[in-house]
Design a binder for this molecule. Structure first.
Ligand SMILES: *Cc1c(COP(=O)(O)O)cnc(C)c1O
Length: 458
C-alpha cells in the first residue's frame, strides 16, 4: 500500500514518494533556499514563533535513504538524520507498512485506559536489547525529555532521596526539569528560569580539554565533588550521556564511566544512562554503554527508537521500575499504537539489515576522511566519536581556542552546497555527523568531501 500518491503536488510541483526508492544523489536545481522555500520561510515568519529556529532553510517534501528532497526539487545529502532519529532512513519500508497497517486498526486508546500488545512487545524488545541480563521493565513516553523526567521520578521514588547529579556539557532536554539538567545557557535556558531544585553539576571527562586526565583521574574529581558538596545519603541518581551529544560529541576517557557506575553501586545511587542520542545502533553497538563496559540501572531512549515517530522509553532494573505507585507513571499518548508499530518495525530493521555493523563501517569512513584532513589542517583539533556518531572539533590554528565562527561558516557553506550537517558543542565549534545508517558509501563520501571543500574555502 502506498500512502502518498506519487502524483501529489505541493503548489504546482509534482512531489516524489519518499523512502529508499528516491534517487540517491545530490542535485541542486536552485540556490539554497530556492524560491518556493523562500516563500514558505516568509509564511513561517508570519505564523510560527520566531523562537523556533531551523538549521537549514529549505522545506522538505520527501526523504529516504541518504537524501532529503526540498520543495524546489533540490536533493540534499542528509548527514543529520533529523538529529539521530531516522537511523533506518526516512519512510523506511517496514516502518511505513507497519504504521499504515496500524492506522487501519486503531489510532489511540491510551494504554493506561485500554492496553494493546504492541506496547508490551516494545517493552519486551527494550528489555532484551538494553545492556545487562537482570530482570527489567520498561515504560513508554513521547519525547526524550519526558523520559528523562520520568527516570528521575522513578529513581527518587525508589531511593527515597532527592538530589540528582549531572555533568558539565550535559544535554537532557528543554522542559523545566530537563533544563535544570542541561548545562548550556544559550539557547536552551536563557531567560527561562527558575529551574528545578536539587540538581547538581560536576566535571566530566573531556580528554581534549581537561589536560588529558585519565578516566580514573577524571572520575575521582567528579566523585570527590559529589561526596563533598552533596553526599551519597542525599543523592537519588547520577545521570550521564555515555557520549555527550549536544555538548560536543565528547567521548570520556577509558575507565571514567565504569568508575562512576561502581561508585553509584556502592552508595545506593541509581545510575541513569541517557542514551537518547547514542542509542539504537548509532555508535556501532545497539547501545553505547556496551562499548564502555557499563550496565546502567536505568536507560533512557528516544530519537532512533521509532523511525521518526515520537516515542521514548525508560528501561531498567525491575525493582527500581516497579517502585512507584500504580498510576504514578503514564500519560495520554505515551506508547501510542502508531509509534509502537513503528518502533517494532524500526528495531527489526536495525537487526535484520545489519545496521549495527553498518554504523561501525560509517564511522570508519568518517574517521579515515577527517583523519587524513587533520594531518594537514591544524584547525581540526580532534576527530572523535564512535560508529556513526562522529564529530570534528574546530579551533583557531594559532591559539588552539575553539573557533565557533569558522564552524558556522563551514556549516553554512556545506548547506549551500546541498549537504545537511549539524553543529554542536558548549563552545559551538563542533561539526557532528549523524548520517542515516541507510546511506550509501558513495553518498556519504560525497557529503564529507563537501565539508572538506567548505573547510578549505574558509
Ligand atoms: C535530544 C536529547 C534529549 C531530549 O529529547 P527530546 O525528544 O528532544 O525531548 C535528551 N537527551 C539527549 C542525550 C538528547 O540528545
Amino acid at each position: 500500500m502506498t500512502l502518498i500518491d506519487s502524483a501529489a503536488t505541493v503548489g504546482t510541483t509534482a512531489v516524489p514518494v519518499g523512502g529508499p526508492s528516491l534517487p540517491q544523489q545530490r542535485t541542486l536545481v536552485t540556490a539554497i533556499p530556492g524560491p518556493k522555500s523562500q516563500e514558505l520561510l516568509a509564511r513561517k515568519a508570519q505564523a510560527v514563533s520566531a523562537s523556533v529556529g531551523s538549521t537549514i532553510p529549505v522545506f522538505t517534501v520527501a526523504a529516504g535513504g541518504g537524501v532529503l528532497v526540498d520543495v524546489d526539487g533540490n536533493s540534499l545529502i542528509d548527514l543529520g538524520s533529523g538529529i539521530a532519529v531516522t537511523g533506518v532512513g526516512n519512510s523506511a519500508p517496514r516502518v511505513v507498512a507497519a504504521v499504515a497497517a496500524q492506522l487501519e486498526q486503531f489510532t489511540h486508546t491510551c494504554f493506561t485506559v485500554a492496553p494493546y500488545d504492541s506496547y508490551v512487545e516494545v517493552a519486551e524488545a527494550l528489555n532484551r536489547l538494553t545492556p545487562g541480563d537482570h530482570a527489567k521493565r520498561s515504560a513508554l513516553f513521547n519525547s526524550g525529555a519526558e523520559a528523562v523526567e520520568n527516570a528521575v521520578k522513578i529513581a527518587r521514588h525508589y531511593t527515597g532521596k532527592q538530589a540528582v547529579v549531572v555533568f558539565d556539557h550535559a544535554y537532557h532536554g528543554r522542559t523545566n526539569l530537563t533544563m535544570a539538567l542541561t548545562a548550556k545557557n544559550q539557547p536552551y535556558k536563557n531567560g527561562f528560569g527558575p529551574f528545578a531544585p536539587e540538581v547538581y553539576r560536576v566535571p566530566t571527562s573531556y580528554p581534549l580539554r581537561d589536560g588529558g586526565l585519565s578516566g580514573a583521574e577524571a572520575a575521582k574529581l567528579s566523585i570527590t565533588q559529589i561526596e563533598k558538596q552533596i553526599g551519597a545519603g542525599n543523592l537519588a541518581a547520577v545521570m550521564i550521556e555515555p557520549i555527550q551529544g549536544e555538548g560536543g560529541f565528547i567521548v570520556p576517557a577509558e575507565g571514567f564511566l565504569p568508575a562512576i557506575v561502581d561508585w553509584c553501586r556502592a552508595n545506593d545511587v541509581v545510575f541513569i544512562a541517557d542514551e537518547v542520542q547514542t542509542g539504537f545502533a548509532r555508535t556501532g553497538t545497539m547501545f553505547a554503554s556496551e562499548q564502555f563496559g557499563i550496565v546502567p540501572d536505568l536507560v533512557v531512549t528516544a530519537k532512533g527508537i521509532a523511525g521518526g515517530l515520537p516515542l521514548s522509553a525508560v528501561t531498567g532494573r525491575a525493582e527500581i521500575m516497579d517502585a512507584p505507585q500504580i498510576g504514578g507513571l503514564g500519560g495520554t499518548y505515551g506508547g501510542n499504537p502508531l509509534a509502537c508499530a513503528a518502533a517494532l518495525a524500526t528495531i527489526e530493521t536495525y537487526e535484520e539489515d545489519g545496521l549495527v555493523e553498518r554504523a561501525a563501517e560509517i564511522g570508519a569512513i568518517v574517521r579515515e576522511v577527517f583523519g587524513a584532513a587533520q594531518a594537514t589542517d591544524a584547525r581540526i583539533a580532534e576527530v572523535r566519536g564512535l560508529g556513526a556518531m562522529m564529530a570534528i572539533e574546530l579551533v583557531d590554528a594559532a591559539t588552539g581556542e575553539p573557533d565557533a565562527s569558522l564552524t558556522g561558516r563551514v556549516a553554512a557553506a556545506t548547506h549551500a552546497a546541498g549537504v545537511i550537517v549539524l553543529t554542536c558543542g558548549t563552545y559551538g565549534n563542533v561539526i557532528r555527523f549523524l548520517p542515516p545508517l541507510a546511506i550509501s558509501d558513495a553518498l556519504l563520501r560525497e557529503g564529507l568531501q563537501v565539508v572538506l571543500d567548505s573547510l578549505a574555502a574558509n
